[in-house]
Design a protein around this ligand. Structure first.
Ligand code: NDP
Length: 424
């Protein structure tokens, strides 16, 4: 019996909220809050007749910690589930600390304005020291470790699919399948087709920033020292045949869980992340980038200030509206190479999810589904005390078993392959 404050009511949050409402014994009360309360209320009205979970709604602008503090003081939740945007992570963490409440999110912090000189200073230093230049990284949230530890509060970072389930798969492989893991390839395949020439499956601004950033991976030199290798965006391409999806082109991207896995999987030598893209998506993205439409820098247009990528977001289909028209499947998982009982071993742990099945069940496409379900399951782990460790932690730092059990129960069962085709 617990009370959760859920910030965000978009594509991913809607799935998480719907799943919370099927588990009222844990989520006995939830408050859905975002800037546009009417969206939260619309969803609440749809759900109230069929759930025992008591649902309230609120308006909050979570860009400012004081607004979140005010709402937390009124609602008194046991956990704040941040399923808004990565821009709000730090403000919501500050509010949780001030009010003594546990925290979770689905994506690591990045600033809305990457031209902010204060942020730039830290960013430029990190690029030089670490060797990767994506706008997002864990340093901002890891800086809260001691504060959360001292306050006796748990902050669970990145409880979506990737990051999230991908890290639980790593923890599971290490616990049950390997003595040592040397290489991890995380493969994210979306074999879905929504029929549009160009649309993003989750928030376009966050998605396009991620995909247009230079790629990078973790590697180890001859002296055993781990380091980042950065490559131009989309410059490493592989072809892979995915179970239940078929042959797809995939590209090496920088991804946030590589950063934490490199620290938390002892002895790991190489970690890469690949995502599939169709040619039409890539052609459109390159063109939009070339003409400046992915810029976050405000420009003056007919006497008004607009941010190009925000204008683009307004033109693109809302990811939450893709559900009815998306057909096909996702296949997301990790291929491991390591040793067990002194012998070399390879192992592939993955989930396959069908867009239309997700739509039939919850009215959402599989990208929102595969992120929203782990968000709810991660929250459940914290609320039931199974994942209760003061500090700031990523998913692989916790026992994967109860989480994976919950994933299976709430719609994301895993599959295994003990002789996978490896990625060269
Ligand atoms: P959407 O754009 O669909 O929804 C974002 C929600 O956040 C909206 O309800 C919006 O409501 C709310 N929001 C935005 N700004 C604020 C604010 N200042 N204060 C309060 N609420 C705010 O995004 P998605 O659902 O697609 O994505 C949600 C999160 O999930 C993102 O952080 C994304 O990066 C992450 N994600 C993680 C994945 C993973 O596997 N780990 C995969 C896919 C996504 P309103 O406008 O009313 O404020």
């Amino acid at each position: 019996m617990a009370r959760a404050l859920i910030i965000g009511c978009g594509a991913v949050a809607t799935v998480a909220i719907k799943k919370c409402c099927t588990c009222s014994e844990v989520f006995s009360e939830i408050c859905i809050a975002s800037r546009h309360r009417e969206n939260c209320e619309k969803l609440a009205q749809e759900l109230r007749p069929n759930t025992k979970t008591v649902i309230t709604t609120a308006a909050v602008d979570a860009d400012k910690a004081e607004n979140v503090v005010k709402l937390i003081k009124e609602y008194k939740p046991d956990l704040v589930m941040n399923i808004a945007l990565p821009y709000q992570d730090l403000a919501i963490m500050d509010a949780c600390l001030e009010c003594g409440v546990n925290y979770m999110d689905t994506a690591n912090y990045e600033p809305e304005n990457i031209d902010d000189p204060e942020w730039r200073k830290v960013y430029d230093k990190r690029c030089k020291e670490q060797g990767f230049s994506a706008y997002f990284d864990y340093s901002w949230q890891w800086a809260y470790k001691e504060k959360f530890e001292k306050a006796g509060l748990t902050a669970l970072l990145g409880s979506g699919f990737d990051p999230g389930v991908s890290q639980a798969y790593c923890a599971y492989a290490l616990k049950h399948q390997f003595d040592t893991i040397e290489e991890i390839d995380i493969l994210d395949c979306n074999g879905g087709d929504h029929g549009y020439k160009f649309a993003t499956n989750f928030n376009p601004e966050i998605n396009l920033r991620e995909v247009s950033a230079p790629g990078s991976y973790w590697d180890t030199d001859a002296n055993g020292k781990g380091h980042w290798v950065e490559i131009p965006a989309m410059s490493i391409k592989r072809e892979y045949v995915f179970d239940e999806v078929g042959k797809k082109d995939m590209y090496l991207l920088h991804h946030e869980e590589i950063e934490s896995l490199a620290q938390n999987i002892p002895g790991v030598k190489r970690i890469r992340f690949f995502m599939t893209f169709g040619q039409s998506y890539l052609d459109h993205m390159r063109c939009l980038e070339d003409v400046g439409m992915l810029s976050t820098q405000p420009i003056k247009f007919q006497g008004q200030e607009i941010v190009p990528i925000q204008f683009l977001k307004a033109l693109l289909p809302d990811p939450a509206s893709l559900g009815p028209r998306t057909v096909g499947k996702t296949n997301i998982g990790c291929i491991f190479k390591g040793t067990k009982d002194g012998k070399p071993k390879t192992y592939y742990l993955y989930n396959v999810c069908d867009h239309q099945e997700c739509y039939k069940e919850l009215g959402s496409q599989a990208i929102a589904y595969t992120t929203g379900v782990p968000a709810m399951c991660g929250a459940m782990m914290v609320l039931t005390g199974k994942w209760n460790k003061p500090g700031v932690h990523t998913v692989e730092e916790f026992d994967p078993d109860p989480f994976m059990e919950a994933l299976t129960k709430y719609g994301l069962p895993w599959k295994e392959n003990f002789n996978p085709v490896l990625v060269d």
